[in-house]
Design a protein around this ligand. Structure first.
Ligand code: HPA
Length: 252
């Protein structure tokens, strides 16, 4: 039996197709404080799934206020050794459309002031982070995308620029991100990815594109536009994750 953690975001409220396990009501405390929500446990085939909503239930925690350390620590303490994170992002790459999915292979961290290590103040730790996303999990996600015929709407690599938020970017900031090589911009992959690495938990993610990045669309980015894209893409994201879990069950 494999145990996989799924970190839900704006585009992934829960996990369809997962048989619910026993409810856990109160978010347990961790040595790092309270996680975003109570973990939800379930199974799909022989795969055990622990779902955690990073923005809380009801959704109320902004990206810069998420307790990433508590969330990752909790997942690991529940026996999870692989995490798939769902993100919503703005698109920089011209070929990405709203409701497309992207499996990023790289990231650039533009956040500041977030609790981004488990290392104590006196402890020197330099974790290797050359490849921030786990290659095997990424291949599993890409294979799942092919199996559920998302080809064309699933981009098999991408560079995730993680900004501090909670505001969206200026057009000039997006120009800089593009010069840096970013293809999508979001607010939650860091420090999540590096904390997983510190714990030895394999980590990969799927981005749901919900808007053209600032200055790349026809006008301002609106909540209504983002919600419409979430509505259009959420089912594909959920299907991709279910197919991915089935691949694990079959030994992939
Ligand atoms: N920028 C940063 N984070 C985001 C965006 C964006 O345009 N869209 C969704 N999350």
């Amino acid at each position: 039996m494999r145990r996989v953690g799924i970190l839900g975001g704006t585009g992934l409220a829960g996990l369809d197709g997962v048989e619910a396990g026993p409810a856990t009501d109160a978010p347990p405390e961790t040595p790092y404080g309270a996680p975003s929500a109570a973990p939800e446990r379930g199974t799909r085939g022989a795969v055990e799934v622990v779902f955690l909503q990073r923005h809380g239930r009801p959704r109320s925690i902004l990206p810069h206020r998420v307790n990433y350390r508590a969330n990752l620590w909790l997942l690991q303490s529940l026996g999870v050794d692989a995490v798939i994170a769902a993100f919503t992002v703005g698109a920089l790459a011209r070929e990405y459309r709203d409701a497309d999915l992207v499996v990023p292979n790289q990231l650039i961290d533009y956040t500041h002031g977030r609790a981004d290590t488990f290392a104590g103040v006196d402890e020197i730790r330099h974790v290797d982070f050359t490849e921030p996303f786990d290659a095997t999990l990424r291949s599993g996600l890409v294979a799942a995308g092919e199996r559920c015929r998302l080809r064309g709407r699933l981009h098999t690599d991408g560079v995730y620029g993680c900004t501090q938020g909670p505001r969206l970017e200026t057009a000039a900031e997006v120009d800089r991100l593009e010069r840096d090589g970013c293809t999508v911009v979001g607010m939650t992959a860091m420090p999540e990815a590096v904390l997983a690495r510190e714990l030895g938990v394999r980590y990969a993610g799927v981005c749901l594109v919900v808007n053209p990045a600032a200055g790349r669309g026809d006008g301002p980015i609106t909540s209504a536009g983002i919600e419409a894209a979430v509505e259009r893409g959420a089912a594909d994201l959920s299907l991709l994750l279910q197919t991915f879990l089935d691949g694990l069950d079959e030994g992939g």
